[in-house]
Ligand binder design. Structure first.
Ligand SMILES: Nc1ncnc2c1ncn2[C@@H]1O[C@H](COP(=O)(O)OP(=O)(O)OP(=O)(O)O)[C@@H](O)[C@H]1O
Ligand SMILES: [Mg+2]
Length: 349
């Protein structure tokens, strides 16, 4: 079942924290809401769940306008960061909670609880109490509880952020598997972790200050962002101030060949180049400068090079003979690996 925000505005004490949000999650789609703290991600989720009432606009789940329905009548499953399990209830009772509230028959409850625990790999833990589980296991139970009511949509608010890095990547795989097993369930997945969004989402809506700045597939947002904000929030980016010429741009003293399609000559613009697409040594689109810092990151070296007062980052496969601080180094990138963006004066307008 899909989700649709139709010009949804939410305000607290007159402060608009969600500003006329228009967004559609297709049936079976995973949409990530990605954005900095305070940008309105949780608020958007709560508007779908029914925990916050928009001052204007409508929320649809499937064809149904749910704006005026209470949460328990919306057919949603919700998972939040802090698991929020009932501490005095065994795992099975936690998972059964929503079904009992719906007054489902006992036999059906048992079947659905078993199914949900099976799906999340928690069948062996049905008799335990939450305090007898690890963080990752508790989060699985929370997911099982959300799934037990067979929701049309699953709302996830930073479900992995309380877990350590290794567990997080394992759970990410689990969520991807669940998504494959439940192809009709739409998921709205709030995160400020770009790796989670890139890995799991069919599309990402990048939020900034109560609005969606840009929405697209992970590949679109990564390869061809339209805004600096997106470029820097989805992956790392070098954002270089340039002046547009014919067939290229000038940056500092250097003339660089890049596609200038859609941007008028003479304009100021921003050139986005991903650090891992920058090479060391001479090549097309060459930039030279002094090496500021070099970081060894195991598989890669990260170089920070001062090019005419701008810091350019390069992520290179581990170097045998890395340059040292203060050395003059030459970097290059392929014309097709750069994206030219309209320069933004701040952002938000
Ligand atoms: N109950 C509330 N009363 C007043 N203001 C609130 C309330 N809940 C949220 N806000 C404000 O609304 C804005 C958006 O909050 P929201 O929780 O949606 O952000 P978020 O994007 O989920 O951030 P985070 O990544 O930190 O979880 C924030 O400025 C926050 O302070
Ligand atoms: Mg939040």
């Amino acid at each position: 079942m899909g989700i649709r925000f139709d010009s949804v505005t939410v305000a607290y004490d007159g402060n608009v924290v969600l500003d006329a949000l228009d967004l559609t999650v297709e049936p079976g789609e995973v949409m990530a809401l990605l954005g900095p703290s305070g940008s309105g991600k949780t608020t958007a989720l709560r508007a779908v769940a029914g925990f916050v009432r928009p001052v204007s606009g409508r929320v649809f789940i499937g064809q149904r306008d749910v704006t005026d329905l209470p949460p328990y009548r919306r057919g949603i499953g919700m998972v939040v960061q802090q698991y929020a399990l009932f501490p005095h209830m065994r795992v099975a009772d936690n998972v059964a909670f929503g079904l009992k509230a719906q007054k489902a028959p006992g036999g059906e409850i048992r079947g659905r609880v078993a199914e949900a625990l099976e799906m999340t790999g928690m069948a062996a833990y049905a008799r335990r109490y939450p305090r007898e589980l690890s963080g990752g296991q508790q989060q699985r139970v929370a997911i099982a509880r959300a799934l037990a009511i067979r929701p049309g949509v699953l709302l996830l608010d930073e479900p992995l952020s309380a877990l350590d890095a290794q567990l997080r990547s394992g759970m990410l795989g689990e969520l991807a598997r669940l998504h494959r097993e439940l192809p009709d369930v739409s998921m709205l997945y709030v995160t400020h972790d770009q790796v989670e969004a890139l890995t799991l989402a069919d599309r990402i809506a990048v939020m900034d200050r109560a609005r969606v700045r840009e929405c697209g597939t992970p590949r679109e947002l990564y390869r061809a962002p339209r805004h600096e904000f997106t470029a820097s929030f989805v992956g790392n980016a070098n954002l270089l101030p340039v002046t547009v010429g014919a067939g290229g741009v000038s940056f500092g003293g250097a003339e660089l060949k890049v596609s200038t399609e859609g941007i008028a000559p003479g304009a100021r613009a921003t050139l986005c180049v991903r650090p891992h697409l920058v090479g060391l040594g001479p090549g097309p689109n060459q930039l030279s400068g002094r090496l500021g810092e070099i970081q060894w990151r195991g598989a890669t070296h990260r170089l920070y090079v001062d090019v005419g007062g701008n810091r350019v980052m390069a992520d290179l496969r581990e170097l045998r003979e890395p340059p040292s601080h203060g050395d003059v180094v030459t970097l290059h990138f392929a014309p097709e690996d750069a994206v030219l963006l309209n320069a933004e004066v701040g952002h938000g307008q």
